[in-house]
Design a protein around this ligand. Structure first.
Ligand SMILES: Nc1ncnc2c1ncn2[C@@H]1O[C@H](COP(=O)(O)OP(=O)(O)OP(=O)(O)O)[C@@H](O)[C@H]1O
Length: 258
């Protein structure tokens, strides 16, 4: 294991990550440095390679080439030490949804070796934060999409990780819960935690993130502070300018109603 990390060691360092699925190069020698304490947004069009990148960064998907290090610990050569520092809200991961929400958070905490007494308090706090206390005893299989997202987020937070990796965390989440979660994430980064978040919401990224990378076709088009990347425009305009793809059409003639 690496020596005690310092603020000068990035929370996440991706170097030359490469992943191909058959003939599709999903991630094309992507490098990115996420400074400790930053709130880092990852944006890009559908199929840009965001989820594949985050899967390789968190030890879920083995890269064809390149490295990922969390606070200086290589994710693929020392996965146990690296994963202990990561809280991961992954896209499309199956949860053990026969468990109740309370059981699922408890189970996640036990996986990280938290003692039961400590876990009970953390679980109650997280259920309250996510507005899920009333659904604590309900199997997760019976949760709505937004409730499922929130319970998965609670599971990612329970071991107080140093780095939070969140793939589309606010998708389907109601505005009140989203605002509460945003407050908690702000407090978390203010206390030295690091968040990397992939999102299609430019508003959210512009509001919450201090850094952003725009990814397309498996590569970083631009990365830096939000102000550097915006370069005087809105993030939305900058994104459209860099990524392209607007069609400026009213749609096919057969769809028009008059
Ligand atoms: N398991 C897989 N098998 C085959 N192709 C895959 C697989 N996972 C991803 N891909 C392909 O890799 C590319 C990148 O996909 P990825 O899911 O990483 O993009 P994304 O930026 O997260 O997209 P979205 O914003 O739509 O979620 C796409 O072309 C996708 O079709």
């Amino acid at each position: 294991m690496a020596s005690a990390p310092t603020a000068s060691v990035p929370a996440l360092e991706l170097a030359g990550l490469l992943k191909a699925f058959g003939n599709t190069v999903a991630v094309d020698r992507l490098s990115l440095t996420v400074p400790t304490g930053s709130f880092y947004g990852l944006v890009g069009p559908n199929g840009a390679g965001k989820t594949t990148t985050l899967s390789m960064a968190t030890g879920l998907l083995r890269p064809d080439a390149g490295t990922a290090a969390v606070h200086g610990v290589d994710v693929w050569s020392d996965p146990v030490a690296a994963k202990a520092m990561i809280g991961n809200l992954a896209d499309g991961i199956r949860l053990f949804d026969r468990l109740t929400g309370e059981q699922l958070i408890t189970y996640s905490g036990m996986m990280f070796g938290l003692p039961r007494e400590e876990l009970a308090g953390r679980t109650a706090d997280l259920l309250e934060l996510m507005d899920l206390t009333a659904a604590a005893g309900t199997p997760v299989a019976d949760y709505s999409a937004g409730m499922t997202k929130k319970i998965a987020l609670a599971c990612a937070l329970v071991h107080a990780p140093r780095l939070l990796v969140l793939d589309e965390p606010f998708e389907s989440v109601d505005p009140v819960s989203a605002a509460n979660i945003e407050d908690v994430l702000r407090g978390y980064t203010a206390s030295g935690g690091t968040v990397i978040v992939s999102s299609h919401s430019m508003d959210l990224v512009q509001r919450m993130c201090d850094h952003v990378a725009i990814i397309a076709a498996g590569r970083v088009l631009v990365a830096g502070t939000v102000d550097e990347v915006r370069a005087g425009a809105t993030l939305q305009d900058r994104f459209l300018e860099l990524v392209g793809g607007r069609t400026h059409t009213e749609g096919p003639a057969w769809l028009r109603q008059s």
